[in-house]
Design a protein. Structure first.
Length: 617
């Protein structure tokens, strides 16, 4: 949600903070600010509501310099998105200044307590209470003051704190939202996410819940909230800093759509043997016997990852014949799920820090379930707490609307399905070889699908005035209908709904008229009997829409004359096996949503009211 960055070292601090905040814009924000302490010990703060350019203008009009400092992009929870409520916030004596990501749930009772002691507050935020608390406890040692303050807080929080009276250090603390420490050469950084500090170092360490870090110009020390030392070792992040830049594309989202062939390839590269079909997934850290003991699988995720999970359910049940249920992370622990030591709980998260998914993981562990994380960020909280991990290799994803993370997750779930099927003895050598061969062909087919961008842009010119869209799919294509609808509503603000095509007669047919675009997922595998049957039923759905004068946009196989006869517009995708067609279908849906949003003048990379990583419930 909110973004935090901090720097201490030998370089000019203000440009580093502003650059870090720029790289955190994708998280979503409505105000921003920085605070620095100079060599003379003076504290300087600049804040602004709105976009980061407003803060940069404030700094240009009134320059500041410092030898170390912190910065913040705020996504309002308590208090309006105004300059007064923007972070950083200071204590009453302006000795302590801090930035905060999260929600302090008991801030009202703390505020009343502090007011009774004579404290006066100038903002509507819960964060100002934390600054007052730290300053209240400060007796010359900042980390001890922070340690006492965090013990009083209920809720979730990530903090970065400075104090004029204890100079030369930044104290960071985590209880919920992510905090990453960057280890450079004679410089150290703190941030909410990797891209903010990736240009300075690839050596990073993710704090655990209950960890506190003290950064000085010479070293980093880490302890827990009780003061016990914590051993730590940085993780080497493989992402190239250039990967987090736009690279000539108009938007990060478009760049990330076009990176999908490489992201999918990188996710399976080195994990399968093309000749034998053997999978090499020892990295997941779960033994064959552990996995074979599982009688059911629960997949837990949120948002786009939940749609990937639905796709994975069908893959696993088809190949491994193990029953799978898919849960929203936000619902899982509130419904008293029936899981035990014979349950494999798979959590799926791009960031590895999604609050609801992390809470579900902890619930599953508490109930004795075996746990596995599918995640894009090595060293993130979910990968550290799960018993095993299967990393995707999508690289940094900056656009709020997930694209390459989704296709990489589906690829990872396909690999997991193959692995489970092999352990269960469900696949012959010939079947495995066929599946692996088709997976190997996928990146080239994705590259081919990207050529539909111009067609999608032309379609956007005729469809962007529509106020509603309907997306239809059957079987494994239904989750893609859901994801296609989500992409459109996320970035264009057009109402869109994904629906099982077989349910049209149970309500949605009433919506169809000459103004409604209906996107139909009609690609199929002609070598698969079930896929052919699904295709025939989908053709009947298209006829229903056409009979009611709806606008049919069909995704179909190359050269499919039957679909072309029924559809108003067709987008063709290369042929593939049924289980991999969803990855190919997703790309044109992403492109269509993108071009419609651009046509409408929407902020594609940073849609309103949304954040990239939801780190609070």
């Amino acid at each position: 949600m909110c973004g935090i960055v901090g720097y201490i070292g030998h370089q000019r601090t203000v440009p580093i903070l502003l650059d870090g905040l720029r790289k955190l814009e994708y998280r979503g924000y409505d105000s921003a600010g920085i605070a620095v302490i100079g060599q003379d010990g003076n504290l300087s703060v600049r804040r602004a509501s709105g976009k980061l350019c407003n803060l940069e203008e404030a700094v240009r009009r009134s320059p500041i310099e410092g030898s170390y400092g912190i910065g913040h992009t705020r996504w309002a929870t308590h208090g309006r998105p105004t300059e007064v409520n923007a972070h950083p916030h200071a204590g009453p004596a302006r000795d302590v200044v801090l930035v905060h990501n999260g929600i302090v749930e008991n801030y009202l009772s703390l505020r009343r307590e502090l007011q009774a002691e004579g404290h006066k507050f100038v903002t509507e935020t819960d964060t100002e209470i934390v600054a007052h608390l730290v300053e209240k406890y400060l007796r010359g040692n900042l980390e001890e003051a922070v340690r006492q303050a965090v013990k009083r807080l209920s809720g979730v929080f990530a903090l970065a704190v400075l104090a004029r009276s204890d100079p030369g250090k930044i104290v960071a603390a985590r209880s919920g939202p992510p905090v990453v420490i960057g280890v450079g050469k004679e410089e150290f950084l703190v941030a909410s996410d990797v891209p903010a500090i990736l240009t300075h170092t690839r050596d990073m360490f993710f704090l655990r819940d209950g960890d506190m870090a003290v950064l000085t110009a010479q070293a980093v020390t880490i302890s827990d909230f009780q003061g016990a030392a914590v051993a730590w070792k940085p993780t080497r992040i493989s992402w190239d800093p250039a990967m987090a830049e736009k690279g000539g594309y108009k938007h990060f989202m478009l760049k990330e759509i076009f990176e999908q062939p490489q992201a999918v390839r990188d996710t399976f590269l080195g994990r399968i043997s093309p000749r034998s079909g053997e999978l090499h997934l020892d990295e997941i850290g779960l033994s064959a016997d552990q996995i074979r003991s599982c009688r059911q699988i629960r997949i837990v995720a949120c948002g786009t990852s939940w749609h990937a999970a639905l796709t994975g359910k069908i893959m696993i049940e088809k190949l491994a014949r193990i029953p799978v249920e898919v849960d929203y992370g936000s619902e899982f622990r509130y419904r008293d799920p029936i899981i035990d030591e014979n349950t494999l709980t798979v959590v799926v998260s791009q960031s590895g820090e999604t609050a609801d998914t992390l809470a579900a993981l902890r619930e599953a562990r508490q109930r004795g379930a075996l746990t596995l994380a599918i995640c894009n960020v090595a060293g993130s909280m979910i990968t550290r707490e799960a018993a095993g991990s299967l990393l995707t290799h999508a690289g940094p994803e900056i656009g709020v609307a997930s694209t390459k993370a989704f296709t990489s997750q589906v690829t990872a779930l396909f690999l997991l399905s193959l692995h489970l099927a092999q352990l269960q003895g469900r696949l012959t050598e010939a079947q495995t070889h066929h599946l692996v061969t088709e997976l190997g062909r996928l990146p080239a087919k994705l590259q081919q699908v990207l050529s539909t961008s111009a067609q999608c842009e032309a379609l956007a010119k005729t469809l962007f005035r529509a106020t509603d869209f309907l997306y239809l799919g059957r079987g494994i294509h239904f989750p893609i209908a859901l994801e296609g609808a989500l992409k459109l509503k996320e970035i264009s603000y057009i109402h869109a709904e994904g629906y099982p095509a077989g349910e049209m007669k149970h309500g949605p047919n009433a919506l169809i008229d000459e103004t409604l675009p209906v996107v139909v997922l009609a690609a199929y595998d002609p070598t698969d009997d079930a896929s052919r049957l699904r295709y025939e039923k989908t053709l009947s759905n298209m006829q229903e829409v056409k009979a009611r004068e709806g606008i049919v946009i069909a995704l179909c196989n190359e050269g499919d004359a039957d679909v072309r006869q029924l559809a108003t517009h067709c987008i063709e995708v290369p042929s593939s096996i049924e289980l991999l067609l969803p990855i190919l279908e997703m790309v044109p849906l992403q492109l269509l949503a993108y071009h419609i949003a651009v046509r409408l003048g929407c902020d594609v990379d940073q849609p309103r009211n949304l954040a990239k990583s939801v780190t609070v419930e």
